[in-house]
Design a protein. Structure first.
Length: 119
């Protein structure tokens, strides 16, 4: 079993920055992709960004491209989301996710961390 614990959420003004972290603990049996998703009130959960095992392949939603950066430190079993130039529409609960390599579905989710951007 793997546990994902997010941290770093909070209140930030529009145009500011925030860095989210997600630490994975427990036993993993394979390499895995890590990602971030978010869910705003009254909306469905949506994809934000992913990074592969080696950290050299990343994907971003168009809405965050150029503003957010995903990275990982496998020695610390941690994935990060650097959020710059945040906007009020970035307000959401941000979830960390883990997907084992070669699989299509998410294997584990974190409990989420709230990010609120004030205008």
């Amino acid at each position: 079993q793997v546990q994902l614990v997010e941290s770093g959420g909070g209140l930030v003004q529009a145009g500011g920055s925030l860095r989210l972290s997600c630490a994975a603990s427990g036993r993993t049996f394979s390499t895995y992709t890590m990602g971030w998703f978010r869910q705003a009130p009254g909306k469905e959960r949506e994809f934000v960004a992913t990074v592969n095992w080696s950290g050299d392949d990343t994907y971003y939603a168009d809405s965050v491209k150029g503003r957010f950066t995903i990275s990982r430190d496998n020695a610390k079993n941690t994935v990060y989301l650097q959020m710059n130039s945040v906007k009020p529409e970035d307000t959401a609960v941000y979830y960390c996710a883990l997907r084992y390599s070669g699989k299509s579905n998410i294997d584990y989710w974190g409990q989420g961390t709230q990010v609120t951007v004030s205008s």
